[in-house]
Unconditional design. Structure first.
Length: 173
């Protein structure tokens, strides 16, 4: 979780004010909305790590890196990894993978939208690829993933991951 979170936090820190209105590969978000979503993701998964409730997304605050540090601190203890999430009714290890998918994919969204370099860790990509393959239809039913994008079987693993969740790896602004 740490390296993916820190990678995405670095991307957020590099966003300039004039980039906040740019479109992203995640069609429902411009850059500001995407960062706001990441702020909510960090706050939500901090709550879930503490076996707390689902929380509503608040307004954009511009503090994702700070929220992300609190999330990492919450998940750094052994207790969050044990048992089932009372709020989500699923194993905590699955909850952690959901967070990882969000941080990795939205990191790519942000990098693409703002012209930054992005290279996710291959092991992290492998973990979330297996998870998303098993959860893709559920994710689509809940609006978390879009319709799949056809990607060649010999394409890089990250491109195939993007295709599974409805992103076009060739997206440009």
């Amino acid at each position: 979780m740490r390296s993916a979170t820190e990678r995405t936090a670095g991307l957020v820190r590099a966003v300039r004010q004039e980039q906040l209105g740019l479109p992203t590969p995640c069609a429902k978000f411009d850059v500001k909305d995407l960062i706001n979503h990441l702020e909510w993701v960090a706050e939500l998964f901090e709550s879930l790590a503490r076996k707390g409730p689902m929380i509503e997304q608040g307004p954009y605050a511009g503090d994702f890196p700070e929220r992300a540090e609190r999330t990492l601190a919450a998940w750094s203890r052994p207790e969050p990894w044990e048992g089932t999430s009372p709020a989500m009714g699923m194993p905590m290890t699955m909850v952690a993978r959901m967070y990882l998918v969000d941080v990795i994919v939205h990191g790519w969204d942000l990098a693409r939208a703002t012209g930054q370099e992005y290279e996710p860790d291959p092991e992290e990509v492998s973990q979330v690829q297996r998870f998303t393959d098993s959860m893709a239809e559920t994710g689509r039913q809940h609006g978390a993933f879009g319709p799949p994008v056809a990607i060649s079987d010999d394409a890089p693993l990250f491109d195939r991951l993007l295709g599974v969740i409805g992103r076009d790896p060739a997206w440009t602004p």
